[in-house]
Design a protein around this ligand. Structure first.
Ligand SMILES: [Ca+2]
Ligand SMILES: [Ca+2]
Length: 410
């Protein structure tokens, strides 16, 4: 027998049933040994992992309320469920990101069995807004092995949709864009809503960074009649963590008092106010994802994510080009009948209209007119279009302009 096989494995090797073929090369022998070692190591690692949860149960990482190894918006939901509860304080009152001995367990547990002590992030014996501040301070920090949070994503058409929609698809550089958030629509009913955690992904190129760690350029407010907010009675609150660099906003919306009756309903929730970096039409790639909606028993309801924005590349306007003043482009009459005139008013001598495209407000191209001869003035036909609001994309040799036009009823 080869001397490189340790005694421990030698037996295993010898007892191995002989393969059909008699000729086994030394190389094959080495390989099968390697496989055995890997198998054994695998079992050792697995049994170690299986022991992990019990190790975790002995300590608290301040902010990781659901004790899965990472601090995020799901922890905000758990914190909200335990809010206003009290129990034994920890020996050491600290919110530092190190393992804190759990001390005495609390009398209350979450519906999934986890002890309320985890919601007391700072260890002072009460679950308050101070503990939410610890979640914020330790946000995205992780420890040990992270067990990824579970999300409950549904399908549009079957489940209520978490929808974000630009209130006005036209926006300009530095402008505040309103984006409406709704949860389900007429005909849907979400029962016993307690909270929802989700992620909004946005295109960093078009949304302005907030200074420092503020959410100044990406903020949220409930709409006055929001069903989640108790029709404007301020029974809900939001938590928002914006990562400008990666284009991710992590959000949680929760009922302020766990003891309050929970609402059932669907529809408008609130609105985001986003400051735009560039001039765009529509919000390119603004998605909702990683959704978990819970009722007050921590039961999850499937919610479908949404992908908003017109994603019409042709509609993107490059603001880095020199932009003439707004009043240099006139669109009249507005409201218009069958014909609308586009005029470059005080433009320099070289300013000429090259192309005019007409879009619906949802970004669908209706028609594109190339100027037969570039001129400072052009007319576009609105003949045959239903009354309403349209977008004109005016391409000139001085840059691209977007204007709204109203078609009058006939
Ligand atoms: Ca967690
Ligand atoms: Ca506390």
């Amino acid at each position: 027998m080869n001397s490189f096989i340790p005694e421990k494995y030698e037996k295993m090797y010898l007892m191995r049933p002989a393969p059909g073929a008699i000729f086994v090369s030394e190389l094959q022998t080495k390989r099968s040994l390697k496989r055995e070692i890997i198998k054994i190591l695998g079992v050792v690692v697995l049994s170690f992992l299986a022991g992990m949860p019990s190790l975790h149960a002995q300590e608290i990482w301040p902010g990781d309320v659901n004790n899965n190894g990472i601090v995020n918006n799901i922890d905000v939901l758990y914190w909200a469920l335990a809010k206003d509860a009290s129990g034994p304080a920890r020996a050491e009152v600290s919110s530092e990101w190190t393992a804190q001995p759990i001390g005495e367990l609390w009398g209350q547990v979450f519906p999934d069995g986890l002890n309320f002590a985890y919601a007391d992030c700072n260890g002072d014996g009460a679950v308050t807004d101070d503990d939410l501040a610890v979640i914020t301070a330790n946000y995205r920090l992780s420890h040990g092995l992270v067990a990824p949070d579970e999300y409950f994503l549904g399908n549009a058409g079957e489940d209520p949709v978490l929808k974000i929609q630009a209130a006005d698809p036209l926006t300009e550089s530095g402008a505040e864009e309103e984006v409406l958030l709704s949860l389900g629509e007429e005909g849907d009913s979400i029962y016993n809503f307690f909270g929802i955690a989700f992620v909004v992904k946005f295109d960093t190129e078009y949304i302005k960074d907030s200074p420092g760690s503020s959410n100044q350029n990406f903020s949220f407010a409930f709409t006055p009649d929001s069903w989640i907010d108790g029709q404007g009675t301020q029974m809900a609150k939001e938590f928002l963590f914006v990562d400008d660099e990666n284009g991710v906003a992590e959000m949680a919306i929760y009922r302020k008092n766990a003891a309050d009756p929970v609402p059932s309903g669907a529809g408008a929730v609130g609105k985001f106010t986003i400051v735009m970096e560039d001039i765009i039409v529509g919000l390119v790639e603004l998605n909702t994802d990683s959704i978990r909606l819970i009722d007050n028993q921590l039961e999850s309801v499937k919610i479908a994510p949404s992908n908003t924005g017109l994603a019409e590349d042709s509609l993107l306007v490059d603001s880095r080009e020199a932009m003439p003043e707004k009043d240099e482009v006139l669109v009249y009459p507005n409201p218009a009948g069958d014909l609308i005139t586009i005029e470059l008013k005080s433009a320099a001598a070289d300013a000429r209209i090259q192309k005019v495209s007409l879009f619906t407000m949802s970004g669908q191209l209706i028609d594109s007119l190339n100027a037969s001869r570039p001129a400072a003035k052009a007319m576009a036909s609105l003949n045959g279009l239903p009354q309403g609001l349209y977008l004109l994309k005016i391409e000139t040799d001085r840059g691209i302009f977007l204007r709204k036009a109203v078609k009058m009823p006939r």
